[in-house]
Design a protein. Structure first.
Length: 202
């Protein structure tokens, strides 16, 4: 991406500077269900050892998911009670609405984006954008037969999410997904386990 400021003779801003500028304007992205914690793709859209699930059914996948765990990203810093809402658009793309409560600011934050399939619609390999034409990999690499729990890999080993239809996750599913994440190469010791308890319980 090339970002040019006012005068034509100025060099494009380096991408980290663009990110810092966006932060000052309070532009942030949720990753849950996260789709798209990164704004630029890196050549690959999925970690080398990961494989998106086959026989994927987007009609069963849409709806509300709770973010159970995630790797730390600046875009989700201080967010709890994070959810992702997916709905099908008429053109076959997926509307994404991510929402979370910012602990220090004591307010709800939300971000809306769009996801598309990278391959055929029977493979859980998608890409998502929250910022113009820039997409990042979103890969369902494990899901149960009832579409109640999902393990989602981003484009590289910096992005990983564990999702559930409810705010909790059964221990056998947790162990299975952590083992799969480790096999792919993720450092699961860095996972943040998202607080979904009501405010009155904290």
């Amino acid at each position: 991406m090339s970002v040019v400021s006012g005068k034509r003779n100025k060099k494009p801003l380096p991408f980290p500077t663009v990110i810092q500028t966006m932060d000052k304007r309070t532009y942030w992205l949720l990753g849950a269900g996260l789709l798209g914690a990164a704004l630029l793709t890196s050549g690959r859209s999925i970690p080398k050892q990961a494989e998106p699930v086959g026989n994927f059914d987007i009609n069963r996948y849409v709806g509300t998911w709770y973010e159970i765990a995630r790797l730390p990203t600046r875009f989700e810093k201080n967010l709890i009670r994070v959810t992702a809402q997916y709905n099908l658009n008429a053109d076959g793309t997926v509307k994404v609405l991510n929402r979370g409560f910012h602990q220090s600011k004591q307010e709800w934050k939300s971000a809306q984006g769009k996801a598309k399939f990278r391959k055929d619609r029977n493979t859980g390999a998608l890409k998502v954008s929250f910022f113009g034409p820039f997409y990042s990999g979103y890969n369902v690499i494990a899901i149960d037969p009832d579409y109640q729990y999902a393990l989602v890999a981003g484009e590289n080993l910096k992005y990983l999410w564990i999702l559930s239809r409810t705010p909790s996750l059964p221990e056998p599913i947790k162990e299975r997904y952590l083992a799969e994440a480790e096999r792919v190469g993720y450092d699961v010791s860095k996972l943040i386990w998202v607080d979904h308890s009501p405010a009155s319980d904290r």
